[in-house]
Design a protein around this ligand. Structure first.
Ligand code: TYD
Ligand code: MG
Length: 458
């Protein structure tokens, strides 16, 4: 009898080891490594006598087929996916439990199913019973749409069924609940997730339907199951948002058919997810003018300008080492901004706790927020409010210089649209972007370094 190939696989990142160990060297997770019999079995079972076929090579140039995209009828999703769904493509949708993945995908299937020509949309739930999905459909007012609903976890049954269909869109909610009986491990394990995804993806490519896979995320916020899942699919979308807030952001982190920095903004209402046409207005809705420690950052998310409020609170510390708490931004970046203010402007934060918050729960990654963060911190430290109708953007360098950032005119235009009257920006922005700017009715203070910023503010 042939010996079984046993591997020990980390359920968090998919790294494989010949022996069991308590901690995964690759991702640092404890107790995530389990015995996996079938992970390598597939290869040892390959028939060895079969000879390979000769493959054809072609030149790089050639007639390309134009991608025909399927519009979802949901503009924010179309934007994130790069202009609509590409037939035969596979989209992994990740997000915390309860964030609204099932709601979004039910709305997407309903919208496509009800569109012209009634493309066939299949919604297969492995997590919820038919009744539960029906209740949601009713709540969303979608119960009359021709979506084909099933509750199943058997990948073989699903494949046999879809094989005979004219599916245009298939939603699998979620891939962690799917099961293939050839694989000897439990649903949700690396081997199962990988094998089930592989079979479903193969079918999607062959039949040319759009496949949505819902994926769970771990405590750390990465997609549960093997990293390979992210490599196997064409597009990875994260659905994020804060529990206490009603808006949700759909973010592309990988996209073979479009840009990856686009976001889609939705609001979770009583009757499901509603697209947000003007996200800046939403993020600034609860802002109170003339408060120290608050300023408005003119950011860019993907191709779209987005204004958000940055709040800082600097207060005397009662600890030996002062506290730095950041929500929505990179805490290393805050340390850097503080270090620059201390070294270049003689400020001292060693006896102060600093709290930084991006209002509304949005996460910002742009370095262009540096200047707005610095300004919020300075404003809180000096207890002096900034003009309420002012926006700020610019990157801060280690020598205190304020560096230019991309798409300045788009940021200013958005600010003007929302009624802002002035802006603090990096220098030589107007020279660079003169044509675009001179139509703007917003007064721009160009500031070259942080020392000048402080002089200007005092
Ligand atoms: P759900 O789509 O089940 O989340 P996921 O599939 O990501 O786990 O969304 C569940 C949450 O959304 C739940 O807390 C209730 C809320 N919700 C609304 O606020 N309005 C609605 O119309 C629906 C359907 C859900
Ligand atoms: Mg769900």
């Amino acid at each position: 009898m042939s010996k079984k190939n046993v591997e020990y696989v980390c359920q968090n990142c998919g790294a494989a080891y010949p022996k069991w160990q308590g901690k995964c060297d690759s991702c640092g997770e404890w107790n995530s490594i389990v015995e996996d019999v079938s992970a390598t079995e597939g290869f040892s079972n390959l028939p060895t006598k079969k000879k390979g076929k000769i493959i054809d090579f072609v030149p790089l140039s050639g007639e390309e087929r134009a991608l025909k995209r399927l519009s979802t009828g949901i503009k924010e999703l179309d934007r994130v996916s790069g202009g609509g769904l590409v037939p035969g493509s596979v989209i992994l949708v990740g997000g915390d439990p309860g964030i609204g993945k099932s709601t979004l995908l039910l709305q997407v299937s309903a919208s496509i199913a009800a569109s012209e020509g009634n493309p066939e949309c299949y919604y297969i739930s492995g997590e919820e019973a038919i009744d539960q999905v029906r209740i949601r459909a009713k709540r969303l007012n979608l119960e009359q749409t021709p979506v084909k609903l099933a509750s199943s976890t058997e990948v073989k049954d699903i494949i046999a069924t879809l094989e005979k269909s004219k599916a245009a869109v298939v939603v699998i909610d979620s891939i962690q609940t799917m099961y293939l009986d050839e694989v000897e491990s439990t649903p949700g394990s690396v081997a199962q997730v990988r094998a089930c995804a592989y079979e479903l993806i193969k079918l999607a490519k062959r039949k040319g339907f759009v496949l949505f896979l819902v994926g769970h995320v771990t405590k750390q916020g990465s997609l549960a199951g093997p990293r390979v899942l992210e490599h196997m699919v064409d597009t990875v979308l994260y659905f994020e948002g804060e529990r206490g807030h009603h808006f949700r952001i759909l973010r592309a982190v990988k996209n073979r058919f479009g840009a990856t920095d686009e976001i889609g903004v939705f609001e979770m209402q009583d009757q499901g997810l509603v697209e947000v046409e003007n996200p800046s207005a939403l993020f600034l809705a609860e802002r109170q003018g003339n408060v120290s420690g608050s300023c408005v950052f003119a950011g860019i998310e993907g191709s779209r300008p987005l204004l958000v409020e940055i709040q800082a609170l600097v207060s005397p510390t009662s600890y030996a080492s002062p506290k730095r708490a950041v929500v929505g931004w990179d805490s290393n970046r805050l340390s850097m901004v503080l270090a620059v203010l201390e070294a270049r402007c003689g400020m001292n934060f060693s006896s102060h706790d600093i709290y930084l918050n991006i209002a509304g729960g949005l996460k910002i990654t742009e370095p262009a927020a540096d200047l707005a963060v610095a300004m919020a911190v300075i404003s809180s430290m000096t207890n002096k409010a900034l003009p309420a109708d002012m926006v700020i953007f610019g990157e801060i360098g280690l020598s205190g210089e304020i560096r230019a950032v991309s798409q300045a005119s788009a940021r200013l235009k958005e600010a003007q649209k929302l009624g802002f009257k002035s802006a603090i920006t990096p220098t030589n922005l107007v020279n660079k972007d003169k044509k675009n700017n001179h139509r703007l009715d917003i007064s721009v203070h160009e500031i070259g370094n942080v020392q000048r910023l402080i002089n200007w503010f005092n």
